[in-house]
Design a protein around this ligand. Structure first.
Ligand code: HEC
Length: 191
Protein backbone atom coordinates (compact mmCIF):
# COMPACT_ATOMS: atom_id res chain seq x y z
CA UNK A 1 0.00 0.00 0.00
CA UNK A 2 1.52 3.37 -0.91
CA UNK A 3 1.94 6.31 1.46
CA UNK A 4 -0.86 8.34 -0.09
CA UNK A 5 -3.41 5.57 0.37
CA UNK A 6 -2.37 5.00 3.96
CA UNK A 7 -2.67 8.73 4.67
CA UNK A 8 -6.13 8.84 3.07
CA UNK A 9 -7.40 5.89 5.10
CA UNK A 10 -5.86 7.31 8.28
CA UNK A 11 -7.51 10.68 7.59
CA UNK A 12 -10.92 9.10 7.07
CA UNK A 13 -10.67 7.03 10.25
CA UNK A 14 -9.63 10.13 12.23
CA UNK A 15 -12.54 12.16 10.84
CA UNK A 16 -14.91 9.36 11.83
CA UNK A 17 -13.52 9.32 15.37
CA UNK A 18 -13.56 13.10 15.82
CA UNK A 19 -17.18 13.45 14.65
CA UNK A 20 -18.13 10.37 16.70
CA UNK A 21 -16.51 11.94 19.77
CA UNK A 22 -18.35 15.22 19.21
CA UNK A 23 -21.72 13.50 18.94
CA UNK A 24 -20.99 11.45 22.07
CA UNK A 25 -20.06 14.44 24.21
CA UNK A 26 -23.07 16.42 23.01
CA UNK A 27 -25.37 13.66 24.23
CA UNK A 28 -23.96 14.14 27.75
CA UNK A 29 -24.31 17.93 27.84
CA UNK A 30 -27.75 18.16 26.25
CA UNK A 31 -30.28 15.73 27.69
CA UNK A 32 -33.01 16.86 25.33
CA UNK A 33 -31.42 15.35 22.29
CA UNK A 34 -33.14 12.06 21.46
CA UNK A 35 -31.25 8.81 21.07
CA UNK A 36 -32.79 8.47 17.59
CA UNK A 37 -31.32 11.83 16.55
CA UNK A 38 -27.89 10.81 17.83
CA UNK A 39 -28.17 7.50 15.96
CA UNK A 40 -29.19 9.37 12.78
CA UNK A 41 -26.14 11.66 13.03
CA UNK A 42 -23.83 8.71 13.59
CA UNK A 43 -25.40 6.79 10.76
CA UNK A 44 -24.99 9.71 8.34
CA UNK A 45 -21.26 9.97 9.12
CA UNK A 46 -20.59 6.23 9.06
CA UNK A 47 -22.47 5.77 5.81
CA UNK A 48 -20.75 8.70 4.12
CA UNK A 49 -17.30 7.36 5.09
CA UNK A 50 -18.23 3.80 4.15
CA UNK A 51 -19.49 4.83 0.72
CA UNK A 52 -16.45 7.00 0.03
CA UNK A 53 -14.04 4.29 1.16
CA UNK A 54 -15.68 1.63 -1.01
CA UNK A 55 -16.25 3.72 -4.13
CA UNK A 56 -13.09 5.79 -4.19
CA UNK A 57 -10.50 3.63 -2.46
CA UNK A 58 -11.47 -0.05 -2.64
CA UNK A 59 -12.97 0.03 -6.13
CA UNK A 60 -10.31 2.29 -7.66
CA UNK A 61 -7.35 0.52 -6.10
CA UNK A 62 -8.68 -2.82 -7.37
CA UNK A 63 -9.49 -1.49 -10.86
CA UNK A 64 -6.00 -0.02 -11.18
CA UNK A 65 -4.45 -3.21 -9.75
CA UNK A 66 -2.59 -1.08 -7.22
CA UNK A 67 -3.39 -3.00 -4.07
CA UNK A 68 -5.72 -5.96 -3.39
CA UNK A 69 -8.61 -5.85 -0.92
CA UNK A 70 -8.25 -8.79 1.38
CA UNK A 71 -9.74 -10.35 4.51
CA UNK A 72 -6.11 -10.93 5.58
CA UNK A 73 -5.13 -7.35 4.79
CA UNK A 74 -2.53 -7.11 7.57
CA UNK A 75 -0.58 -10.21 6.48
CA UNK A 76 -1.01 -9.56 2.77
CA UNK A 77 -0.34 -5.82 2.97
CA UNK A 78 -3.66 -5.16 1.25
CA UNK A 79 -6.62 -2.89 1.94
CA UNK A 80 -9.10 -3.83 4.69
CA UNK A 81 -12.56 -4.88 3.53
CA UNK A 82 -15.19 -2.17 4.08
CA UNK A 83 -16.65 -4.26 6.96
CA UNK A 84 -13.21 -4.47 8.58
CA UNK A 85 -12.71 -0.71 8.23
CA UNK A 86 -16.03 -0.17 10.03
CA UNK A 87 -15.22 -2.74 12.75
CA UNK A 88 -11.80 -1.20 13.39
CA UNK A 89 -13.25 2.29 13.80
CA UNK A 90 -16.01 1.03 16.10
CA UNK A 91 -13.40 -0.82 18.20
CA UNK A 92 -11.21 2.26 18.51
CA UNK A 93 -14.12 4.14 20.07
CA UNK A 94 -13.48 2.10 23.22
CA UNK A 95 -10.21 3.96 23.64
CA UNK A 96 -12.17 7.24 23.58
CA UNK A 97 -14.65 5.88 26.11
CA UNK A 98 -17.49 6.70 23.72
CA UNK A 99 -20.77 5.17 24.94
CA UNK A 100 -22.08 3.92 21.60
CA UNK A 101 -21.21 0.97 19.34
CA UNK A 102 -21.99 -0.06 15.80
CA UNK A 103 -21.64 -3.20 13.69
CA UNK A 104 -22.83 -4.77 10.47
CA UNK A 105 -25.22 -7.74 10.37
CA UNK A 106 -26.90 -9.70 7.60
CA UNK A 107 -29.48 -12.39 6.96
CA UNK A 108 -26.95 -13.84 4.48
CA UNK A 109 -23.64 -13.31 6.31
CA UNK A 110 -20.32 -14.21 4.70
CA UNK A 111 -18.98 -14.40 8.24
CA UNK A 112 -21.30 -16.30 10.61
CA UNK A 113 -20.33 -13.88 13.42
CA UNK A 114 -22.27 -11.21 11.53
CA UNK A 115 -25.59 -13.05 11.80
CA UNK A 116 -28.34 -11.46 13.96
CA UNK A 117 -27.61 -12.05 17.66
CA UNK A 118 -31.22 -12.65 18.78
CA UNK A 119 -34.63 -13.60 17.34
CA UNK A 120 -35.70 -9.95 17.89
CA UNK A 121 -32.72 -8.67 15.93
CA UNK A 122 -33.47 -11.15 13.13
CA UNK A 123 -37.13 -10.03 12.95
CA UNK A 124 -36.06 -6.38 12.86
CA UNK A 125 -33.50 -7.08 10.13
CA UNK A 126 -36.15 -8.85 8.04
CA UNK A 127 -38.25 -5.66 8.25
CA UNK A 128 -35.25 -3.54 7.28
CA UNK A 129 -34.58 -5.70 4.20
CA UNK A 130 -38.27 -5.82 3.25
CA UNK A 131 -39.02 -2.10 3.61
CA UNK A 132 -35.55 -0.62 3.05
CA UNK A 133 -36.09 1.60 6.08
CA UNK A 134 -34.63 1.98 9.58
CA UNK A 135 -36.14 -0.03 12.46
CA UNK A 136 -35.69 1.07 16.09
CA UNK A 137 -36.13 -0.75 19.41
CA UNK A 138 -35.03 -0.81 23.04
CA UNK A 139 -32.95 -3.66 24.44
CA UNK A 140 -31.48 -4.64 27.83
CA UNK A 141 -27.82 -5.65 27.90
CA UNK A 142 -25.99 -6.44 31.16
CA UNK A 143 -28.64 -4.58 33.14
CA UNK A 144 -28.33 -1.45 30.99
CA UNK A 145 -31.07 -0.12 28.70
CA UNK A 146 -29.98 0.64 25.13
CA UNK A 147 -31.62 2.36 22.20
CA UNK A 148 -30.91 0.27 19.13
CA UNK A 149 -31.50 1.24 15.51
CA UNK A 150 -30.87 -0.91 12.43
CA UNK A 151 -30.34 1.02 9.20
CA UNK A 152 -30.36 -0.62 5.74
CA UNK A 153 -26.84 -1.23 4.42
CA UNK A 154 -27.01 -0.96 0.64
CA UNK A 155 -24.73 -2.15 -2.15
CA UNK A 156 -23.65 1.36 -3.11
CA UNK A 157 -20.79 0.24 -5.31
CA UNK A 158 -20.05 -2.45 -7.94
CA UNK A 159 -17.38 -3.72 -5.55
CA UNK A 160 -20.02 -4.63 -2.90
CA UNK A 161 -22.03 -6.65 -5.42
CA UNK A 162 -19.19 -8.48 -7.14
CA UNK A 163 -17.37 -9.39 -3.95
CA UNK A 164 -20.46 -10.60 -2.04
CA UNK A 165 -21.85 -12.61 -4.97
CA UNK A 166 -18.49 -14.25 -5.72
CA UNK A 167 -17.34 -15.10 -2.17
CA UNK A 168 -16.83 -18.83 -1.53
CA UNK A 169 -19.00 -18.68 1.62
CA UNK A 170 -21.81 -16.66 -0.05
CA UNK A 171 -25.29 -17.93 0.92
CA UNK A 172 -26.84 -15.48 -1.62
CA UNK A 173 -25.34 -14.68 -5.01
CA UNK A 174 -27.84 -12.48 -6.78
CA UNK A 175 -27.29 -9.09 -5.13
CA UNK A 176 -27.68 -6.12 -7.48
CA UNK A 177 -26.52 -2.53 -7.17
CA UNK A 178 -28.44 -0.67 -4.43
CA UNK A 179 -29.92 -3.86 -2.88
CA UNK A 180 -30.03 -4.05 0.92
CA UNK A 181 -27.12 -6.39 1.73
CA UNK A 182 -27.54 -6.17 5.49
CA UNK A 183 -28.05 -3.76 8.36
CA UNK A 184 -25.94 -1.28 10.27
CA UNK A 185 -26.76 -1.68 13.98
CA UNK A 186 -26.17 1.38 16.18
CA UNK A 187 -26.56 1.07 19.97
CA UNK A 188 -26.72 3.99 22.38
CA UNK A 189 -27.10 3.60 26.16
CA UNK A 190 -30.19 5.21 27.71
CA UNK A 191 -30.00 6.83 31.13
C1 HEC B 1 -13.63 -7.32 -1.56
C2 HEC B 1 -14.77 -7.93 -0.94
C3 HEC B 1 -15.87 -7.13 -0.31
C4 HEC B 1 -16.32 -5.89 -0.64
C5 HEC B 1 -15.81 -4.93 -1.71
C6 HEC B 1 -17.43 -5.62 0.25
N1 HEC B 1 -17.62 -6.65 1.12
FE1 HEC B 1 -19.01 -6.77 2.55
N2 HEC B 1 -18.02 -8.31 3.38
C7 HEC B 1 -17.04 -9.05 2.74
C8 HEC B 1 -16.61 -10.13 3.62
C9 HEC B 1 -15.55 -11.19 3.28
C10 HEC B 1 -17.37 -9.99 4.81
C11 HEC B 1 -17.25 -10.84 6.08
C12 HEC B 1 -15.86 -10.63 6.67
C13 HEC B 1 -15.80 -10.23 8.12
O1 HEC B 1 -16.82 -10.12 8.82
O2 HEC B 1 -14.68 -10.01 8.60
C14 HEC B 1 -18.27 -8.86 4.59
C15 HEC B 1 -19.22 -8.45 5.50
C16 HEC B 1 -20.26 -7.61 5.18
C17 HEC B 1 -21.46 -7.43 5.96
C18 HEC B 1 -21.79 -8.13 7.28
C19 HEC B 1 -22.50 -9.44 6.99
C20 HEC B 1 -21.64 -10.49 6.32
O3 HEC B 1 -21.87 -10.73 5.11
O4 HEC B 1 -20.76 -11.11 6.98
C21 HEC B 1 -22.26 -6.54 5.28
C22 HEC B 1 -23.64 -6.06 5.67
C23 HEC B 1 -21.53 -6.16 4.09
N3 HEC B 1 -20.33 -6.81 4.05
C24 HEC B 1 -22.00 -5.27 3.14
C25 HEC B 1 -21.18 -4.74 2.15
C26 HEC B 1 -21.49 -3.55 1.37
C27 HEC B 1 -22.80 -2.78 1.43
C28 HEC B 1 -20.39 -3.29 0.59
C29 HEC B 1 -20.15 -2.11 -0.29
C30 HEC B 1 -20.28 -0.80 0.34
C31 HEC B 1 -19.42 -4.35 0.86
N4 HEC B 1 -19.94 -5.20 1.80
C32 HEC B 1 -18.20 -4.47 0.21
C33 HEC B 1 -16.52 -8.80 1.51
C34 HEC B 1 -16.68 -7.61 0.81
Amino acid sequence: MNGKTTALIGGLALLCLIIGGMVGSRMKVDNNISARTVADYLHAVIEADRTFYTQHIVERMEDMLIVPVSEKWREEQGLPLPVQFLRESSESLRALDAPFRYRLVSLWPLNSQNAPISPEEKDALEQVVKNGDVVEMEVMLDGQRYFKAIYPDRAVSRACVSCHNAHTEAPKRDFRLNDVVGGLVIQIPLE
